[in-house]
Write a new protein. Structure first.
Length: 255
């Protein structure tokens, strides 16, 4: 009886359950928990970036864009790696769940790589005195953006869903080749882009200790944001599929 009374509040608001904010037992769903944790960590991250992080002696305050730009760029790589793996699994198993993961990761990845380009432009204007230059890192990143925009267009304009999934999976696998090219572009070609500060190509002690700690916290925050966005997009896609089935049933009933 006590349990019924405790859950009564949620039962009074079926829309809350339908949106996935709580599960069937009335507990917060995984998406809700991830969203709440991400929101809190994002607020803390903003405080660390603008109030705690030391101001760079050479670049000044514009260097703070770095705490957004680097994690966002890495999240785009993570998203496209997810597309790569999920696409292979879909072609191997023909399981729609893998296709759903690939589709959601691709959409989130396009958002992140777009933000990476925009934050890079914000940083470049005061440092390079230009909004854009066709240097290797920027050019290969733009190509990466075009590849996955094409991925989404293929899915939208394919003659049917199964063919769209198959064609997009091939693009998702081949397109991932550009990700390591983007990362290693500053080594393989002459570039004015700064050298990596994280990863296998980064130099030891390339960052101040406080800067590194804040960058790490920012990275974790954006990982959680990435997970939340993928979960949210997959849930929305499932809702779209359910709505499509309802519409199909209604059309058949009308006949």
């Amino acid at each position: 009886m006590a349990r019924t009374e405790r859950l009564g509040g949620w039962r009074a608001f079926p829309l809350v359950r339908w949106t996935g904010l709580v599960d069937s037992a009335g507990h917060p769903s995984l998406r809700t928990v991830v969203a709440a944790v991400t929101g809190v960590m994002m607020l803390v991250d903003l405080y660390l970036i603008f109030m705690v992080a030391p101001t760079d002696s050479v670049l000044g305050h514009v260097q703070r864009v770095f705490y957004f730009h680097v994690p966002i760029a890495i999240m785009s790589f993570l998203a496209f790696f997810g597309v790569f793996v999920a696409s292979i699994m879909y072609l191997a198993k023909q399981d729609q769940r893998w296709d759903s993961v690939a589709y959601a990761a691709a959409e989130v990845g396009v958002v992140f790589v777009t933000l990476a380009l925009l934050t890079g432009v914000i940083w470049a204007r005061p440092i390079w005195n230009t909004w854009w230059t066709w240097e290797p890192r920027l050019t290969t990143t733009m190509i990466l953006w075009l590849i996955y925009v094409a991925y989404l267009m293929i899915r939208s304009y394919a003659p049917n869903r199964s063919k769209g999934a198959m064609y997009a999976a091939v693009v998702g696998i081949i397109g991932f080749v550009d990700v390591p090219i983007v990362y290693y572009s500053v080594v393989w070609w002459r570039s004015i882009h700064p050298s990596p500060v994280v990863g296998p190509l980064s130099a030891s002690n390339s960052l101040d200790g406080t800067m590194y700690a804040i960058l790490l916290f920012s990275f974790i925050t954006f990982v959680l944001l990435f997970v939340y966005l993928v979960l949210e997009r997959m849930a929305l896609r499932n809702a779209e599929d359910d709505l499509g089935r309802v519409r199909f049933s209604l059309r058949r009933a009308e006949r």
